[in-house]
Design a protein around this ligand. Sequence first.
Ligand SMILES: NC(=O)c1ccc[n+]([C@@H]2O[C@H](COP(=O)([O-])OP(=O)(O)OC[C@H]3O[C@@H](n4cnc5c(N)ncnc54)[C@H](OP(=O)(O)O)[C@@H]3O)[C@@H](O)[C@H]2O)c1
Length: 265
Amino acid sequence: MTETPRTVPGRSAPLAGRTALVTGGSRGIGLGISRLFAELGANVLIVSRREPSLLEAVRSITETGVDPGAVLHRVGKADSEDDAHASVALAVERFGGLDILVNNAATNPYFGPLVGISRSQADKTVAVNLWGPLMWVQAAWEQHMREHGGAVLNISSTSGIDVDVDLGWYGVTKAGLIHLTRLLAMELAPAVRVNAICPGLVKTDMSRALWENGEDGVAATMPLARLGSPRDIAEAAAYLCSDAASWVTGQTLAVDGGYLVRPSA
Ligand SMILES: NC(=O)c1ccc[n+]([C@@H]2O[C@H](COP(=O)([O-])OP(=O)(O)OC[C@H]3O[C@@H](n4cnc5c(N)ncnc54)[C@H](OP(=O)(O)O)[C@@H]3O)[C@@H](O)[C@H]2O)c1
């Protein structure tokens, strides 16, 4: 599906003058968020592990008319403290601050029953999905947000709410991220708002195994009868990170095509 830039009459750049950092912003949901934020006027720093994907992401965002100077990339890992601090420092240095942090990168190295997961798989999932977001918040807080305020958005999952068999440990980390969101919202208020989104099944590389052999059948189980797109998540992200949500913190919004309210099997 081709995603067209959003235009809002009289309010076309609600993120103008803001700087956003998006972890895992080179593909999928993170790219969708980076693209929409740039279209809405923000400076965006995209961080992920592989430079070719980053370069392609920057190209695809700027080719639609976004100012090339407004989109930066940096190679970095979500579970690296050095990368967290250096990436925030880069945003501050190049754009003058960091107003929005989107903790989007995540991993799921294991699919199967909880009793079969190894220690290294479990540790890696916690490091990227749970410790990572907290560490990036620490870096943003220390270098800019404590003094200047800001908004944090954590990308969790419906697997952090529902019982998705075979996605168990990933779901545990995503449930933890929802709780972390609530705790940080209390701890960092009133300077920084902290919210979360729980995407349902969105058509990306990460979820490919869940939809590529029968997308129509999967869509038919969803109340809104289709899989999500990165743009669906980005629209909610733009709301939660903009002044339109200036009285919203500690909340988790499911953007899932009705998945969580479907009749149980
Ligand atoms: N797709 C879904 O159905 C779905 C549903 C619920 C929740 N979510 C959540 O949405 C978020 C994005 O998922 P997605 O489906 O968009 O995934 P994706 O298409 O696989 O994209 C993942 C992005 O994160 C980067 N990345 C992966 N591991 C990283 C790491 N350790 N450090 C830094 N960057 C890393 C990837 O680039 P590199 O590989 O180059 O690093 C890529 O830019 C995740 O938090 C995921 O749990 C997705």
